[in-house]
Design a protein around this ligand. Structure first.
Ligand SMILES: [Zn+2]
Length: 92
């Protein structure tokens, strides 16, 4: 497996298999990488490190991350971290 062949993920909302390069589930529009991405980003990982862990390209992660932050209405890493703590993804 290389960074340029995204892995498919199962949508936690409806169980549809979603291509790794997609941010949202085509069936229910849920953000499929949101939890992993939020956790990794709030741990201070770079886009490149996150890309490696999720099997995505750094460019894809960059797009996912900015859309995720837009969706969560946070502007920076500390906002993202507060969100991650609030939903229990990471410990404060
Ligand atoms: Zn879905």
């Amino acid at each position: 497996m290389t960074q340029t062949s995204p892995i498919a993920v199962i949508c936690p909302g409806c169980g549809t298999e979603v291509a790794g390069a997609l941010l949202t589930c085509p069936a229910c529009h849920r953000l499929v990488h949101a939890d992993e991405l939020t956790r990794l980003a709030s741990e201070g990982k770079s886009n490149k490190e996150i890309a490696f862990e999720l099997g995505l390209s750094p460019k894809t992660v960059e797009v996912h991350r900015s859309r995720l932050m837009e969706r969560l209405q946070v502007r920076d890493l500390s906002g993202l971290t507060r969100y991650a703590i609030r939903i229990g993804l990471i410990q404060p």
